[in-house]
Design a protein around this ligand. Structure first.
Ligand code: MN
Length: 227
């Protein structure tokens, strides 16, 4: 048997200090994982983690020019620590969860907030508010060998030079190991999976022409221009 037309290309993300590419399988995201962001979204800050997905081809490796998406008047930025997995499994024990990590990156969970709020109101899925084309800019992945697990690290985002989001990854309600262990109770994780781990407070509307600069200390920086 052969494919009736060429299959879509494998999505890859750049790796810092290497000409290799990280081959992406799936992209998962954690909702409301920083208490201050949960509060600004009107939610309980102590609820268990919950997950949604983006298609792998929504990733924009290295950032740069990103088209402003159609069908929204309220595109918002969410800067996030992204975990890249080198291995996986189901029901991964908490004590072994960090063994599956290949490295970390800074990423943006771009969100059509107007569509997301409408979906929440109607009990509808978030796919079109979260999983649209170019919705996941991501910087080069920092392999773990060059960077220990960032238990505490400043995370920030500026819009046109103005600081909008500022926090520390230690504020995550559910830590990286807990996120991996919990997610693996729902799905079998595997090498190539990425997990966006949630955003601190300060999300705001971004416009065409805006320059978004984001970073996580020791992990990397990412610049995106909305065009
Ligand atoms: Mn998010």
């Amino acid at each position: 048997m052969r494919y009736i037309f060429p299959p879509a290309p494998q999505v890859g993300v750049a790796i810092a200090g290497s000409d290799g590419l990280f081959p992406v399988r799936r992209v998962y995201c954690v909702g409301r994982n920083y208490a201050d962001h949960a509060v600004e979204m009107g939610a309980d800050s102590r609820e268990p983690p919950f997950f949604f997905s983006k298609p792998a081809d929504a990733l924009v490796s290295g950032g740069g020019d990103v088209p402003y998406p159609p069908a929204t008047n309220n595109l918002q930025h969410e800067v996030e620590l992204v975990v890249a997995l080198a291995s996986g499994g189901a029901d991964i024990p908490l004590s072994r969860a960090l063994e599956s990590v290949y490295g970390y990156a800074v990423g943006l969970d771009l969100t059509r907030r107007d569509l997301q709020l409408a979906a929440k109101d109607k009990g509808q899925p978030w796919d079109m508010s979260k999983g649209f084309d170019h919705s996941a800019p991501i910087a080069a992945i920092q392999p773990l060998a060059a960077n220990a697990h960032p238990a505490s690290a400043a995370i920030w985002l500026k819009v046109n030079g103005q600081l909008r989001q500022q926090g520390d990854v230690q504020q995550m309600s559910w830590k990286v190991a807990e996120v991996i262990a919990n997610l693996s109770t729902y799905v079998t994780l595997a090498a190539g999976d990425l997990i966006f781990t949630g955003t601190p407070a300060g999300v705001s509307k971004a416009q065409r022409g805006d320059v978004l600069e984001a970073g996580i200390a020791g992990v990397g920086e990412l610049t995106v221009r909305l065009v």
